[in-house]
Design a binder for this molecule. Sequence first.
Ligand code: FRU
Length: 465
Amino acid sequence: MTDTTVDRAQDRATTHLRPVAHFTAHDTWLNDPNGLVFHDGTWHLFFQNNPHGDTHGNMSWGHATSTDLVTWTEQPVAIRHTDTEEIFSGSAVVDEKNTAGFAGPGQTALVAIYTSAYRPTHPTLAGRQAQSLAYSLDDGRTWTRYEGNPVLDRESADFRDPKVFWYDGADGDGYWVMAAVEAADRQVVLYRSDDLKQWHHLSTFGPAHATGGVWECPDLFPLSVRGTDRARWVMIVSLNPGGVAGGSGVQYFVGDFDGTTFVPDGPGGGPQGADWLDHGRDYYAPVSFNGVADGRRLTVGWASNWDYANDTPTAPWRSAMSLARELELVRTTDGRDRVVQRPVLPEEPRDGLVVHEVEVPTDEGRRHEIVLHGDGPDAVVLTVDAAARTLTGDRRRSGDTEFHPAFPSVDTAPLHDAGATVDLTVVVDGCVLEVFACGGLTALTQLVFPSTPLTRVTVREVAAA
Ligand code: FRU
């Protein structure tokens, strides 16, 4: 048997695990979403990709496009690793004003700001991580590296994941802001630039809240508070390990940003402003799209966990993105501004994707199980415990769980502001399960590898714990 035959056989065995609305690479590895940008009617999803294999390595920017956020077409690799440099995570902007000077007359440049992770073979920058630019003059199809790279070098081995966005200064005098991490120091460093090439340090945030692992993939954006005309600023920080469910996870801070410094809500400044964006084990490195003119804040995350991401049982592809999520803030009864997330779903039903809208009562400390199952014995049990005000996702008997000891898990999420009922939106798509509760105040994402698809749902009341 040749390797290709093995791949085909494995692919057939795991076909039902490949999601239909969550992006997967055709036959390679992916991790973080990169360079999320909307331009000229097209959503661009670049992503950490190994173009030569199904485990992490040879990091390059893969590329996919969509017009609806749920139907993705994989494009040729956008920015490829070299013998001396891997292309780590970063962002992309539409340089409308041609601030970097990459565009000719009548052209608009898309500019990618990514981390150059220099390999030991690099003659002068071995082991370092610094920020670099590449630009595209053909709507993201082909990319040219800027000859002045790197544009921002702190002589650090852990300086990565630049998220760049346009900040409208108070006097209309805008500039570019970069949020990146000094990962090992658990810090987000903020820089500003007028031309994407020269960067000036603004401020440093952290360590704060969860610090049990390196900080990665920051994002910083304004977000309006529902029912008000106010916007707050949200900073997203992924960390690995030290996540709420074990392994990698995502925290966020709500606060204010004055163009220089981010100040989270907290002691002295109001209620503590830190929380978890998702309480399942399989949601990491989410960042938001640039270039969205209608004011929506849309994110995509990576649906996996570094604890076992390289071992998940699919072939020849490995790993999926989350659905896109639309974010908003709501003020909860404890006086805090919290993020709510709503998944972007296909408008028409799709084979392989099921969405269950479930509502269960919460009176008298009742407990309900929402059992996701298929034709076989494999199932995921979601439990809404009204007394504990929690949602749990138990995937210990969800199919193939043995490929890594950290995989079989029961993940627990708080239910904030649950009223007389708790509403759940449960999305099952191949190997990805995303659960949104209480209008999206709680999210819980888990991978599952059942032997037959978990297309059905049974809701039952069980005895209180
Ligand atoms: C996060 C991360 C980033 C890095 C990339 C490498 O998952 O570790 O910090 O840029 O993945 O693939």
